[in-house]
Design a protein. Structure first.
Length: 478
């Protein structure tokens, strides 16, 4: 796969169900793969508790990290060669930038806590912590583990941290490399998890991505050298990718039962941390330079923590939450779902951060009012057990990257054509983006015809009132 300049690293390969053979080098990548922070990802599932719905979904973030390394290398190689033709490699050699891309892909998820994003919802985002999310945690794990020594020897530590860090690098080559991994319409991260997740869930029809066509027909934007341009003849592959992304979110990632189990494990982690402070303390220790406690956290340790804490504290609710996962008897059931169509015009100029912040405020407001109305309507003992889940445009790439530069390849050169707004492209294909607003009720109430009818009516009234009062979705019809 790689030219002679890579021979100094020494190469080996492993077998992978998505790409068949994945190469890795022995000097840099093998010691990182064998490091404690990376090996820990073998014990954190990629799809949290989706295996409760799709039994094959037992694959891990370790496998995904290997896949992203592979795709990031392939994606960056062609772009780096073009960047070299423009004489814009900066202080880097071409092979160094490709290796930075591969290692950054390998390490992009190293900071994930148990059950992935559920840990962020339950721990990182519910309290004030010196580290705010898994991406920051990853940077601390890299700096304070054996990984830093491996990267420092090759001069790659700072470039890798810049590529996967919070802010876009100021160096043009690193900014371009960052796009091949994340913050792009079809980055290596997303392409791999769509293909890998659809393979292991058995939903092959949802997750197909023509990644080779997307990569082969991507170019360095000739106007600025820090963005990516896609040839117009790859537009079909792009639309297929976007459909796959939408389908996987609607049918796999946001499956109602999977959502229930994610909420359940979030509750377990919140309660355990309130009693013991174990997870918060692990984050604080990592911040201070000691990653030991954080590295020991994984999916299995959380279930063990829940069982032990419930027993020691005599907490019956915590015991029920843990047992609901162990025995697969979910405590909540989907009561109603409203699908809100979002037109492309409503998205112009809207930032990802604003969407996330406003949707969280809207959800909290609706949840509060729903519980108040339920208490006044004969649900006084169970009102606080109702909850709302919203998915806010997650099938889309992050809003700032919802534009894509299209181009044509002419006589060996690249000429830009149309700068396209992706929601408009989707609308032309008859795909209107949706936001899901779901209300979940205790299982016994949801299965009771009379009580669920009353609760459903109240839920729809609350959602309708908030939607049409303005807020995040002003002007959007239900």
């Amino acid at each position: 796969m790689y030219s002679a300049v890579y021979r100094k690293y020494g190469w080996n390969f492993l077998r992978d169900p998505i790409y068949n053979y994945v190469e890795f080098n022995k000097i840099i990548e093998e010691p990182i793969i064998d490091s404690a922070p990376l090996q820990r990802l073998r014990w954190i599932r990629q799809l949290q508790l989706a295996n409760m719905v799709y039994p094959g979904a037992d694959h891990t973030r370790f496998q995904h990290s290997i896949g992203v390394m592979h795709l990031a290398g392939a994606f960056s190689q062609a772009l780096v060669e073009e960047l070299g033709d423009y004489g814009d490699l900066g202080s880097f050699k071409a092979e160094e930038l490709i290796e930075v891309a591969r290692v950054s892909g390998l390490l992009h998820d190293v900071g994930h806590g148990p059950f992935g994003h559920a840990f962020e919802e339950a721990i990182y985002w519910s309290k004030q912590h010196p580290i705010k999310d898994h991406e920051e945690a990853g940077a601390y794990l890299i700096r304070h583990s054996e990984i830093s020594e491996v990267l420092e020897k090759q001069g790659f530590l700072e470039p890798v941290l810049k590529v996967i860090g919070e802010h876009r690098p100021s160096e043009a080559p690193l900014a371009l490399i960052r796009l091949t991994i994340k913050e792009w319409v079809y980055p290596a991260d997303v392409m791999d998890f769509l293909m890998r997740d659809s393979y292991y869930t058995g939903t092959h029809e949802y997750g197909y991505v023509d990644y080779q066509r997307l990569i082969k027909l991507s170019h360095v934007n000739p106007e600025d050298h820090v963005e990516i341009a896609l040839e117009e003849k790859a537009l079909g592959a792009l639309m297929g990718y976007l459909r796959s992304r939408i389908n996987m979110f609607l049918h796999v990632y946001m499956h109602p039962v999977t959502t229930v189990y994610s909420y359940t494990v979030e509750e377990i982690m919140r309660i355990v941390d309130e009693y013991t402070g174990k997870y918060s303390e692990a984050i604080r220790s990592l911040y201070k330079g000691d990653p030991g406690a954080y590295i020991k956290l994984n999916d299995y340790s959380v279930i063990s923590d829940g069982e032990a804490t419930a027993r020691e504290r005599g907490d019956k609710r915590l015991k029920m939450l843990v047992e609901s996962i162990v025995s697969r008897k979910h405590m909540w059931k989907l009561l109603i779902e409203e699908r809100i169509g979002v037109g492309s015009k409503e998205l112009i100029g809207v930032t990802s951060a604003l969407m996330i912040r406003n949707s969280q405020l809207l959800k909290d407001s609706m949840e509060k009012e729903l519980r108040e109305k339920l208490r006044d309507t004969g649900f006084s003992d169970s009102a606080d057990l109702f909850w709302i889940n919203m998915s806010t445009l997650r099938p889309l790439p992050p809003i700032p990257n919802s534009y894509i530069q299209l181009c044509k390849s002419i006589n060996g050169g690249v000429r830009n054509t149309l700068r396209a707004f992706i929601p408009e492209l989707l609308e032309k294909e008859g795909i209107k983006l949706t936001v899901l607003v779901r209300v979940y009720a205790p299982r016994d109430i949801a299965k009771d015809l009379d009580r669920s009818k009353v609760a459903s009516k109240i839920s729809r009234e609350v959602i309708s009132e908030h939607i049409f009062l303005g807020g995040l979705f002003s002007g959007i019809t239900m």
